[in-house]
Each structure stands twice: as structure tokens, then as C-alpha cells.
Design a protein around this ligand. Sequence first.
Ligand SMILES: NC(=O)c1ccc[n+]([C@@H]2O[C@H](COP(=O)([O-])OP(=O)(O)OC[C@H]3O[C@@H](n4cnc5c(N)ncnc54)[C@H](OP(=O)(O)O)[C@@H]3O)[C@@H](O)[C@H]2O)c1
Length: 264
Amino acid sequence: MRIGLIGATGWIGGALGTRLLTSGIVSPYSLVAMNRSGDPGPYAPYAIGWVGDPLELAAQVDVVIVAVRPETWPGLRLQAPGKLLISLMAGVGSGELARSGARIVRAMPNAAVETGRSYSPFWAGAGVTMADRGVVHRILGAIGTFDELPEERQIDMITAVSGSGAAYPSLMMVAMVDVMKRHGIPDGIAWHAAEAAVCGGAALLAGQPQQAQNFLAAYRDYGGTTAAGLDAAARGGFSTALETALEAAAERARTMTMAGSGAV
Ligand SMILES: NC(=O)c1ccc[n+]([C@@H]2O[C@H](COP(=O)([O-])OP(=O)(O)OC[C@H]3O[C@@H](n4cnc5c(N)ncnc54)[C@H](OP(=O)(O)O)[C@@H]3O)[C@@H](O)[C@H]2O)c1
């Protein structure tokens, strides 16, 4: 299998391309890369192929991965009839991508690509075969875990959730530290306590996320200090605030291409 990677040296493309090589999913001979600057970036140690034109890239490979920013996509004028195209771009829909003539898969990795711990759900368009899905699994498996989404539009909400990385844990930590400081707790101790709550609590859920429901039920049954806090959080609109945040982020993903920003 020969893979072409457009946007090969960006944050996402650079991490994906090097992990494809180091995991042996593609040999240097079978990887064809393209970027804007011509800088080989993390591929300097590898004898991979380089091209300066998307049409040339598509002609040389079986699978084209697009990891440029959304606003760069229209100018590429990619034509890849009969090829499998895996887009990692937020906000560029399958209608736009299908103009390339390729079979379309959209995937949404997150910043943990760098450490091989991305969660990268994907959606497959019409004509994508079981063999194609096997290819997608191997490629996304190089950067972490994945699931197949039933509907394309769900990618926007997934972008809002798993695409947000450390944003909401950070928000919670800063808010907790602010409260503790108002109670005169020294700065360093406040950060340690917030770390215990956010990181220590999250560690208990790692690998068994659905336990969250059981933890909440157990805290409420116990009826102690945490139950009092959870009740107050519900009355204060904690879930509503989170829903508002996720809906706003998903809406931003929907309009991202028009706004001209590729930032997740
Ligand atoms: N960052 C995230 O956490 C994240 C998460 C999920 C999805 N995404 C999506 O991933 C995509 C890439 O994001 P990123 O953060 O990796 O962007 P980035 O760091 O800015 O990288 C963009 C890449 O595109 C290349 N490029 C720019 N113009 C080009 C052109 N005309 N032809 C060929 N290559 C070109 C750049 O080349 P040079 O290096 O030579 O300039 C660079 O390699 C975006 O569409 C974004 O929506 C990002």
C-alpha cells in the first residue's frame, strides 16, 4: 500500500506520518509527502518520496491523507479518482471532498496524536469498502484508538468533545484553584489539591469511562459532602453550562471553513 500525505509536516500530519513509519505500517519507499515549504521536518532521517503537486501525489499512491488546514483545501484542486481519501480536516464536508472523485473518509484526531494516544473517530462515505475500512483502521491505529461514526454530521460534536483535549479539565482546575484561593489556601497547595481532584479523579475512570455513572450514584447514596456539592452543581447549571459549551464548539466546527480557520 502506498500512502500520500498532504500537509505532511504540520502538527497532525507530522505526528501521523512519523508514526506510520516507526510502526512499520508504511515503508519510507511507500510514503509520498507534500507540504508548502519543502522543509522535510521530522522526515529528515527517512528516504521518503516528495512531490510539489497534489495531482502527482495522487497518481503515485493508493491512499491520500489530507492534513492541511481547511482553508487550504480549495486551492489544492485535488483530483484522485478511484483512490481512498482520508481527510483529517475539520469543517470540510464530504460534498466538497467528493469533488476529488475519491472514496471519502473523514476522521477527527486530537492533539494526543503526538503521543500515539489520539482518539480518532471516523465516518465513511458511500462506496468505501470493507477493505478500505481495514486500511483506515491500520492508519488510525498508528496514532491511537478509533470508532466508526454512523453519521457525518456527528463529527462536529465529536470535535467539540474529544477534540478539546485538556480544555475542560483545565477550566475545572482553574475554577477550583480560584475558589481555594478565596479561602486563603496557599497557591501551591491549591494547585496540588486541584490536581488530586481532576487528574486523580480522571485516572480512576481511565479505561472504564462508563463507571462515571456508578461513581455519581455511589456519591449521592453516601449522602456526604460530595453529594451536597453535586446537588449544588446541578442547581447551579453545571450540565447546562457544559451543554452550551459543546453546542457552541460544534457550531464553530460547522462554520469553520467559512470563517477561514483550521484551529480545533
Ligand atoms: N491540531 C489539532 O489538534 C487538530 C485536531 C483534529 C484535526 N485537525 C485538523 O488537521 C488539519 C491540520 O491541522 P494542523 O494543526 O496539523 O495544521 P498545521 O500545523 O498548520 O499544518 C498544516 C500543514 O499543511 C501544509 N500546507 C500548507 N499549505 C499547503 C499547500 N498549499 N500544499 C500542501 N501542503 C500545505 C503545511 O506545510 P508547511 O509545514 O510546509 O507550512 C503543514 O505541513 C486541519 O485541517 C485541522 O482541522 C487538527
